[in-house]
Every structure is written in C-alpha cells, then in structure tokens.
Design a binder for this molecule. Structure first.
Ligand SMILES: C[S@@+](CC[C@H](N)C(=O)[O-])C[C@H]1O[C@@H](n2cnc3c(N)ncnc32)[C@H](O)[C@@H]1O
Length: 221
C-alpha cells in the first residue's frame, strides 16, 4: 500500500477529480466572452495572466489523473526530498507530490499560488489528505515567491502556472537542478520558447511530450 492508493487519499482524490470534471462547464463560461484569439493572447502574455487566472479563480484546472500518477511515480523514482511546484490551485497535483514525499520518508514541497481563495482550498485539501506537514504554500506571484528561500538542490520541478512564465521560473530554479532531475510542464505546448529550450541538449536538457499535454524533461548537466 502507498499513501497515494491508501483509502484516505484515494477517496479524497476521487472526489476532487470528480469535482474537477464537473467544473468544466464553469471553466468554459469563465472565458466565454473572449474570442479564441483573445484567450490565446492571454495564455501567451507575460502581463495578461493575472486577468486570465482571476476569471478562473473558482475552478480547479487540475492535472489529469494520469499526470497526477506520473508525478507520484517520478517523485518516488527520483527518491525526491525537495520538490517545487509552480501553480497550486486546489492542490490536486500537490497531493500527489506530497504523497510521494511521504512514501520517500519525508521532505519539503514548496508550492505557490497567487489566488488567496485557492490557497485556502489547497490548504484544506492537504489537511484532509494528512499531508499538510510536508507542504509550504507560498501565496503570491511565483516570480517573487520563488526568488529566495529555496533548498540548495531541487529533486523535481512541476510547472503548472501561467504558461508564459515557464522559461522565467525555470531560470529561477536552474542552478538548483542537478543532472538527472525531472521537470514536468503541463500544457507546455502553449510556450514554444520553453519547448525549444528544454528540447535542446546544448541548453542542458532532454525532453519529450507525453500524453498529449505534458512535457517531461530531464536536466543533463
Ligand atoms: C493549471 S492551475 C494549477 C493546477 C494544479 N497544479 C493542480 O493540478 O491541481 C494554474 C494555477 O496557477 C496559478 N498561477 C498562475 N500564474 C501564477 C503566478 N505567476 N504565480 C502564482 N500562481 C500562479 C493560477 O491562479 C492557477 O490556480
């Protein structure tokens, strides 16, 4: 038995994923007044993302079940002790990563979210899952909250906040990523600059798209 598959967390995740499925209509209606071009512009913009996520503050926008399981597996395989997550939302991915830390014997997960009501929900979910002791939720913009106070080395990085900021957040973390560390980026196809960087051996990465919407990369140097 693992923490991920134990009754307490498995039943919580069943409920949260069911709620995430039910929220898809609300997610669509939150951006229904925008044209597809405006939506794409906001997704790619380094200044428009607060407006976009303000509209989406009541919906979970969670990783898929498969991505959640992948995160748990990668963190277990890497024997991760220090994990950083960009984009907490309701904490569904956070629960998977924290479960891996628990099963690795402990550790620290730093996650960041700028929407206060989402921070509160994530905290509630992590308490319900019995994992809050492993998680530090930093409220605010990742470009500020992840600037300092990080462990010397990071064993796994999840990028799941504003897609336009993936290269900037990677840069903030890069000196702490040792060879062999996994970087998982959800919906990374929105950001061609990010993909070009992590798909470049010259820039120190090997990378592949996985499951259609996730980019899994490894640090080489
Ligand atoms: C796709 S959701 C994260 C889903 C979460 N990883 C999960 O699977 O449960 C992205 C979240 O990142 C937050 N976010 C976006 N840009 C951010 C930023 N620059 N700093 C902090 N949080 C940000 C949004 O408010 C949103 O809740």
């Amino acid at each position: 038995m693992t923490t991920l598959t134990g009754t307490r967390l498995a039943s919580l995740l069943d409920r949260l994923f069911a709620e995430a499925d039910e929220a898809s209509a609300e997610t669509d209606s939150a951006v229904a007044d925008l044209t597809s071009e405006e939506r794409a512009r906001l997704m790619r913009s380094k200044t428009g993302y607060p407006d976009l996520y303000e509209r989406l503050k009541n919906v979970p926008l969670a990783v898929s079940r498969e991505t959640g399981t992948l995160l748990y597996m990668l963190a277990r395989g890497a024997k991760a002790r220090n994990v950083v997550e960009f984009g907490t939302s309701f904490g569904i991915s956070t629960l998977h990563l924290a479960a891996a830390l628990r099963d690795n014997g402990g550790g620290r997960l730093i996650t960041t979210e700028f929407e206060p009501s989402k921070v509160a929900r994530a905290r509630e979910n992590l308490m319900a899952g019995g994992l809050i002791d492993l998680v530090e939720i930093r409220q605010g913009d990742a470009l500020q909250t992840l600037k300092a106070g990080l462990p010397e080395t990071i064993d796994l990085l999840l990028l799941d906040g504003a897609k336009a900021l993936y290269p900037d957040v990677l840069s903030l973390m890069e000196m702490r990523l040792r060879p062999g560390v996994f970087i998982v980026a959800d919906d990374a196809d929105v950001n061609p600059d990010y993909l070009a960087r992590v798909r470049s051996a010259k820039q120190g990465y090997l990378s592949t798209p996985f499951g259609g919407d996730v980019e899994v990369s490894i640090r080489l140097i």
